[in-house]
Design a protein around this ligand. Structure first.
Ligand SMILES: [Zn+2]
Length: 358
């Protein structure tokens, strides 16, 4: 069959159809909430992605804005026969008009019965945060350290900051009062295990217990050492949640299932980036992305017969979750919890609180 275009340079072809049929069709739940996905209207881009940025990190090279219609079309292609809803957010970068971007995501989500997170400007006053949370369709916020200030040539100027630098107390007070959702991407080159991150997450949980706090990408623990050092430290907090988005590593998922457990994990894709084709490999505290296209980050190519078997990163991710779930003997109910039950429970709690706040 002819490949179907997906997004950017990626398409969906026979390799992917076969992969789905062989590994996923019988296992992926009928209902899915993608609790971490990005949508952006290209018209809201206000600054260019420079060559320097593209070379800095692979994400910059493969991420292109995806509008809501395309996002929906891609979802229908990659999850055949599934009922999928999204918790969506814009691109957390000051290269986009944040206000316009939030409004776009909110209204497009409303049309589809999806929910949205507003990108949080750290400079917003408490009133401004409250105003955003009151809008229909907004269940919470997505803070990000690159929203602290504009730096045209890197997303990492503020990488070493503290969480409270981009998720300030004045915002947290309102988020707590409203019982809102926060998807938190942690800072630091050392990722989740950095002592400041562990301390700050515990402080948020202690001072702002009504916030539904979801740590994005398992705390950016993409490698086994990061997961081993970070996740057990937060294992005891039964009110703290994690999304699995962008984590393709079976060893990390094994640690997450072991110390966080299926009742506190939320499936997310981090799409559109994970429509990329290829596979990821890990060594120590580093990972490398393999793909079949020419990119700056992809200098060391694999053999053509290996590349020919590449499927979408998001399919590799789903298969890793399946493999680890089977290793743990997860019941169907627990798989369903990861794919929609947990997110559904948290969303109804947040929506109930939103209703009470009018
Ligand atoms: Zn993301």
């Amino acid at each position: 069959m002819k490949p179907t275009p997906l997004y950017f340079v990626w398409d969906y072809g026979d390799v992917d159809r076969r992969f789905w049929a062989e590994h996923l069709e019988a296992w992926v739940p009928a209902r899915i909430i993608d609790s971490h996905t990005h949508m952006t209207n290209p018209a809201h881009q206000v600054g260019p992605v420079t060559e320097e940025m593209r070379r800095q990190i692979w994400v910059n090279e493969v991420s292109q804005p995806i509008g809501a219609e395309d996002a929906e079309r891609c979802i229908r292609t990659v999850f055949p026969g599934r009922q999928v809803t999204c918790l969506a957010m814009g691109s957390p970068s000051l290269s986009f008009d944040i206000e316009a971007s939030n409004e776009y995501v909110r209204t497009e989500c409303l049309k589809r019965g999806w929910q949205s997170l507003a990108l949080l400007k750290p400079q917003w006053s408490a009133e401004r945060v409250a105003e955003e949370l009151a809008k229909p369709g907004v269940v919470g916020v997505k803070p990000y350290y690159s929203l602290i200030g504009h730096s045209p040539n890197t997303r990492d100027t503020y990488l070493e900051c503290r969480i409270f630098d981009y998720l300030p107390h004045q915002a947290l007070e309102v988020l707590n009062e409203r019982g809102a959702w926060v998807t938190l991407h942690v800072p630091k080159a050392d990722r989740l295990p950095h002592p400041d991150n562990i301390r700050d997450i515990r402080e948020i949980r202690r001072r702002y217990p009504n916030v539904t706090l979801v740590i994005a990408h398992l705390g950016r623990c993409y490698t086994e050492p990061h997961a081993r050092e970070g996740l057990p430290q937060l294992a005891d907090d039964t009110g703290l949640y994690f999304d699995t988005s962008a984590v393709l590593n079976p060893a990390v998922l094994r640690i997450a299932l072991d110390c966080i457990g299926p009742d506190r994990l939320l499936y997310g894709t981090d799409n559109p980036v994970f429509y990329m084709r290829g596979r990821r490999q890990w060594q120590g505290r580093a990972y490398v992305n393999r793909t079949n296209r020419e990119f700056f980050f992809n200098k060391e190519r694999e053999a053509p017969e290996v590349e020919a078997r590449y499927t979408l990163y998001m399919y590799e991710d789903l298969k890793a979750i399946r493999d680890m779930g089977e290793e743990f003997g997860l019941a169907r109910r627990q798989v369903d919890a990861i794919f929609h039950g947990n997110a559904e429970r948290l969303l109804s709690r947040v929506l109930a609180a939103k209703g009470r706040n009018g």
